[in-house]
Ligand binder design. Sequence first.
Ligand code: HEC
Ligand code: HEC
Length: 303
Amino acid sequence: MIDYAASDFSENWHYYIAALSILGILFSLWVLRSQTTAKLAQGEKAEVLHYAWDGDLQELNNPLPRWWMYLFYGLTFFGIVYLVLYPGLGKFAGVLNWSSAGEWQAEKNAVDAEFNKVFAPFKGKDLATLAADPTATGMGKNLYMTYCIQCHGSDATGAAGKFPNLTDAHWLFGGSADEIKASIADGRMGEMPGGLAGDEQGAKEVAHYVLSLGGKPHDAAMAAVGKDKYAACAGCHGDDGKGMPAASFPNIVDDAWLYGSSVAAITETIVKGRIGGMPAQMANLGEDKVTLLTAYIMSLSKK
Ligand code: HEC
Ligand code: HEC
């Protein structure tokens, strides 16, 4: 949030701005007053002013209608009261000390207090217990419907190549309670750089080597060539390809694939690189909501 009160500009200028506002109000009062007193004397006729527009459009110097004057006085009075009560005069906060940020904070505090009441019975329980408790997973589901469906879908099955399926038995970053919670709390924004294995052919060879590491069908001759180039990958995915889920480097020798496990898909991953897109939730939602979401995801997944 920008602290306007602390910025140089407001520090030096808010007196001028406040003075201008006050002078503006005094000026309109003065103008109003000059018009109030300019009444026609008894029997006096309004003069026709000596200029005319559009050939024959004339103006008389009649005083302003009273109702209009009083309306204006009323509005000016309203403005003054408003500036006393609410912020508006330079950086004077107003005697009510109201601010939109304060109003938002008060509403948020009320909602948080309400949530804390509902969450109280679950406090301190471990994730496995919560995952088996339909009330907790029901609350987790509501949170999921608000914060997660736009990517993982309402049934949490995701979209191949984009958003992982959260209901199957395969996990990119580990399926233990703590690992799932870490995925949600801290996000998974890991970046896999492209082009590390040279051209398309080089990438294809490494792809076969990756498949060989996972004990999957592969071309042994290609894999043998790809082995050396895999050195560029081992720093993140490990010599054995098991990765480091805690550091968001996925296991590439299991059955959990986001971008696909065909030679073509792995080659594409290696050539182009990939960037994870799971945003961290902790700062926004807080510990309790992340806990409920984890419990819900655990309850969905097929062990
Ligand atoms: C902006 C889209 C987006 C939103 C919103 C989002 N996710 Fe994700 N999520 C992803 C992507 C993309 C990945 C895969 C990241 C990767 O491969 O690096 C992911 C990965 C995950 C994983 C790890 C899956 C695995 O196989 O290890 C979990 C768990 C998860 N998300 C849960 C959630 C929950 C719960 C929410 C709601 C609070 C949520 N996500 C909101 C895009 C999103
Ligand atoms: C700097 C660390 C780093 C290096 C080096 C690296 N990767 Fe990755 N790799 C990642 C990360 C992080 C992801 C997850 C990206 C995502 O989920 O969007 C990933 C994803 C992958 C995937 C996709 C897995 C899936 O679920 O579809 C494959 C395959 C892969 N890497 C293979 C390799 C190969 C082969 C190399 C060497 C040529 C390599 N990586 C080098 C960090 C790295």
